[in-house]
Design a protein around this ligand. Structure first.
Ligand code: ADP
Length: 191
């Protein structure tokens, strides 16, 4: 299986690139943000609880997100591989994902981490807030909180994969196609 962790701060372009990668490599795209927004829309108990954290730019509890992702992996037994987008976002989630995949006889192939500077991120998120209407993209202080949560809680996930020699950094500034090409070069060296 080809299992990719697509990593980067909010606004790095993970969703955009995931869409292109899943077509090229025939992978299943699992975005925790999209799945959580689906739960909010459907007004499930999980969604109602998750919304409280998401609106503040904080993370949803590890155990909630981990159980949700395990269910999605189990529901796609025939998959050739997965693109994990927005997950793992803490070291505890990375450990749980590793154990989950190990039990199923597979593992993470690599972490592709997109790098974009903070000023560019804020610009992109405010623009997305206008276009998509996403509440957490419309408020500058919520955006800044998400970037600070990323730096504190999520960035350490890089070390987790670096010590396993699975970490690859990718320049996330440029055109969508340029960045896609950089990702493909990295993947093609592994398969
Ligand atoms: P972005 O990366 O642009 O912030 P996402 O759609 O990935 O957007 O995530 C939106 C929100 O969903 C996050 O700010 C967080 O509250 C919640 N979330 C998404 N993924 C996770 C996760 N793996 N663990 C905890 N919370 C998450």
């Amino acid at each position: 299986m080809l299992n990719i962790v697509l990593f980067g701060p909010p606004g790095a372009g993970k969703g955009t690139q995931a869409e292109k990668l899943l077509k090229k490599y025939e992978l299943i795209h699992l975005s925790t943000g999209d799945i959580l927004r689906g739960e909010i829309c459907a007004e499930t108990p999980l969604g109602i609880e998750a919304k409280k954290s998401m609106d503040k730019g904080e993370l949803v509890a590890d155990e909630v997100v981990i159980a949700m992702m395990e269910a999605k992996i189990d529901a796609n037994k025939e998959a050739k591989g997965f693109i994990f987008d927005g997950f793992p976002r803490t070291t505890a989630q990375a450990e749980a994902l590793g154990e989950m995949l190990h039990e199923k006889g597979t593992n993470i192939t690599c972490m592709l981490a997109l790098f974009v500077d903070d000023d560019e991120l804020i610009k992109r998120l405010l623009l997305r807030g206008k276009d998509s209407g996403r509440a957490d993209d419309q408020d500058q202080s919520v955006i800044e909180n998400r970037i600070s949560v990323y730096n504190k809680e999520t960035a350490p996930v890089i070390d987790f994969y670096d010590t396993q020699n699975k970490y690859i950094s990718i320049d996330g500034v440029g055109s969508i196609d340029e960045i896609f090409a950089r990702l493909c070069v990295a993947i093609d060296q592994l398969i």
